[in-house]
Design a protein around this ligand. Sequence first.
Ligand code: PMP
Length: 339
Amino acid sequence: MIRNGLVDSIGNTPLIRLKRASEETGCEILGKAEFLNPGQSVKDRAALGIIKDAVARGALKPGGVIVEGTAGNTGIGLALVAAPLGFRTVIVIPETQSQEKKDMLKLAGATLVEVPAVPYSNPNNYVKLSGRLAEAMAKTEPNGAIWANQFDNVANRQAHIETTGPEIFEQTDGKVDGFICAVGTGGTLAGIAIALKERNKAIQIGLADPPGAALYSYYTTGELKAEGSSITEGIGQGRITANLEGAPIDTAFLIPDEESVPVVFDLLQHEGLCLGGSSGVNVAGAVRLAKEMGPGHTIVTILADYGTRYQSKLFNPEFLRSKSLPVPEWLERTVEVPN
Ligand code: PMP
């Protein structure tokens, strides 16, 4: 099958059986291979959905500028989709994000604005700053500018309602019993949850939350409360975004780095899957959901982005030691070359 350019190459990703997670639980644990999207992450779908919606509403005009605050992957998706459609992108990113993501954003053609990482409550938080920048550029840019606003623009979750959710249902012949993933904007979890529940209300929806996020507390006690911290990037939300509003979530798990990081290493060492830290949270979450539901179930999660994006952090022994996380033996393995 020939795909018509980059835009047509987003989505329709394979479902990959995760051998060790399946054997451990007696369930069929399947990973939706979103790292195989052209921008190497699940966020290509949201980027395309947001751009298509803005064009359809007449807000984004030929030659216009797309402004966004992003931890990286959404920006990469926006920049790649913008190029063939004739738009420019300006990305506001917290300085703390991995250098690899910043480099890729530049390669993809985005103009970068790096800002200090401050909480959402601060007016100079990267998300709020990107909104103000978009407003200013809308007045000065000859072809106008829009704010993608991935957190509260529901065109984000709509992309998953229309594509990722139905794909998962069809690829499992409707046999999916459970779905779980972590939340950044909530577009992926809420969109897939809505699409799956529309097809079968009995499908169990789980949230996998890293420490430092407030949603595990919210979905278990009703109170938004965050404790601890995590090295994972792109996930960990402290509020109910518009994308999360009304998401049908049945169960939630808190997944510490000590549990999720070894999963990332195991997936690479034993299954050849090179993934970022949020995928470790997702697969560890799928294992927890499988244990809660019992053997014989089909559980789907998201393999969210490609691991090369985190070589300087997640796959760097010095960084891991500085966070008191275990360093896998193979990461430092050497071989003596005979004379
Ligand atoms: N994993 C990674 C690596 C991401 O970049 C993101 C998005 N920030 C997510 C997971 C979460 O996806 P969503 O924004 O749809 O909740």
